[in-house]
Design a binder for this molecule. Structure first.
Ligand SMILES: Cc1ncc(COP(=O)(O)O)c(C=O)c1O
Length: 479
């Protein structure tokens, strides 16, 4: 940086510390970034997509590779010595996950899946929906939670969406009680919501879990976006199903997730098939199979077993830093980001950005989503923002982030408008067809998300990038 830039940066940093003094207590993460994540600064990356995926520390790789280099590990579905050694590592990973989330092994099991979506599919395909049962979910949900409605639909269960409201994108607490009253008495009722929105960063209340239980719901708490920077204590909060992706928590490995399941709720599920590893006995001529107990009944075929020991390594990495330290750092950084983003104004006084989600750090996580407007008040296409950000080596995300319900509310897309687009004769609808159909309305937004090793400079550089959009007319996206 030039010396003027340095002075400006230093002044901004001082103002930040004044506004968020608790950031000082998270400085251990700056030290860690300089060593374990040194590649970020060496390559000049401004990584702001932690809701998309976390980043790994070099030592996580080293510890995992050392273990693999040291051991001879076979497929765990057997009793030979290398298989037994692997089985012990698999069970150890399982125990560690439960311990990390303070989940009693008497109450919860950890089922390995390939990601959070795989965990959600296990619940959806096995939930014993019957005609008249209910699937209740918030508008604000990832598509892998929305997708469960297709299992509910074929089994003739009712499907109800609970709306979220602008500008904060929260659910109206008074109306939630009414929705929870929709449970069919004695039926199989499933309620699903995200502990943290991957669209707006809103953290929906965890005390909905007990409220929903009291009204007869089985609760899916999607913690994929929440767990990386928040404490989830399953001794205190007791959702029935919790899907997770580990790469979102600590970057490595990909391809491994889990479903934390309460044993009592797991016992309700009816698997639609059996597979290698899920049965005690299956017969061809006898035309019969017997499912294994607990998690084994839900893990189809061979697990991604060599990657499982990396989970304990990743969880220990978070514990060594402290999840509360990570949480506080993210709170400070996203607070500063949002404060400054909403304050940016063109010289004619028009705001640069419209934020979708809470403008304060109260019950919000590290994702901030907005659209940008030019000096005339015209929305700047989110794809243009992405192109410009790419040129500045800033990794952010644009679109609807697989969360169409939150997107529709944020962007003001109404049901009749959407139905008109979906009632066209063709079987296929490309994103470009959809854009044309909604005629000039934004089809997406820009998401900036901070995480474990974000530093002040990342946020500062993003805000400078945003300032660079001030007083400009928007131009076309180059395709
Ligand atoms: C809240 C939420 N739920 C579920 C998912 C799905 O995760 P995965 O793609 O790892 O299956 C995501 C991914 O971004 C998410 O943010």
């Amino acid at each position: 940086m030039e010396s003027d830039d340095c002075t400006q940066f230093d002044a901004a940093f001082r103002a930040f510390l004044q506004a968020y003094p608790s950031f000082e207590g998270t400085r251990v993460l700056d030290e860690l970034r300089a060593t374990e994540y040194e590649r970020l600064d060496r390559c000049g990356h401004i990584y702001l997509d932690y809701t998309g995926g976390g980043l790994y520390a070099i030592s996580q790789l080293q510890k995992h590779h050392a273990l693999l280099a040291d051991c001879v590990l076979g497929n765990p579905h057997s009793t030979n010595p290398t298989s037994l050694a692997m089985t012990e590592l698999v069970e150890r990973a399982r125990r560690y996950i439960l311990k990390y989330f303070n989940a009693s092994p008497d109450e919860y099991v950890a089922i390995f899946t390939s990601n959070a979506s795989g965990a959600l599919k296990l619940v959806g395909e096995s939930f014993p929906f019957e005609p008249g049962d209910h699937y209740l979910l918030t508008f604000d949900n990832h598509n892998s939670v929305n997708g469960i409605r297709e299992f509910a639909r074929v089994r003739e269960a009712e499907i109800t969406y609970v709306p979220v409201m602008l500008p904060d994108m929260r659910v109206d607490a008074a109306r939630l009680a009414g929705y929870l009253g929709l449970a069919r008495p004695g039926g199989h009722n499933l309620f699903a919501y995200p502990a943290q929105s991957n669209f707006s960063g809103v953290q929906h209340p965890l005390d909905w879990i007990a409220q929903a239980h009291a009204k007869g719901w089985i609760v899916v708490l999607d913690a994929a976006a929440f767990a990386p920077t928040n404490r989830l204590d399953l001794a205190r909060w007791q959702p029935d199903f919790v899907p997770l992706s580990f790469y979102k928590m600590f970057g490595y490995p990909t391809g491994v997730g889990c479903l934390l399941a309460r044993k009592s709720a797991l016992a309700m599920l009816r698997r639609p098939w059996f597979a290698g590893g899920t049965i005690t006995v299956a017969s061809v001529q006898g035309d019969k199979y017997y499912l294994a107990a607990n998690e084994a009944a839900f893990e189809d075929g061979t697990l991604n077993y060599l990657n499982l020991p990396a989970i304990e390594i990743g969880l220990k990495h978070i514990q060594a830093i402290g999840i509360d330290t990570i949480h506080e750092r993210v709170r400070c950084l996203v607070g500063w980001l949002v404060d400054n983003l909403v304050a940016l104004k063109h010289s004619n006084g028009r705001p640069l950005a419209r934020l979708y989600g809470p403008p304060t750090t109260d019950h919000r996580g590290g994702a901030a989503t907005a659209n940008f407007y030019d000096v005339t008040g015209q929305a700047i296409d989110h794809r243009l923002i992405e192109q410009r950000a790419n040129q500045a080596n800033i990794s952010l995300r644009t679109g609807c982030f697989c969360n169409p319900g939150a997107g529709e509310i944020a962007l003001g897309l109404s049901k009749p408008e959407l139905i008109a687009c979906f009632n066209q004769p063709s079987d296929r609808l490309t994103l470009d067809d959809f854009r044309l159909c909604i005629d000039g309305k934004s089809s997406g937004a820009v998401r900036v998300s901070v995480g474990m090793v974000t530093n002040f400079a990342d946020v500062y550089h993003f805000l400078q990038f945003a300032e660079g959009l001030l007083d400009q007319m928007s131009v076309r996206v180059t395709t």
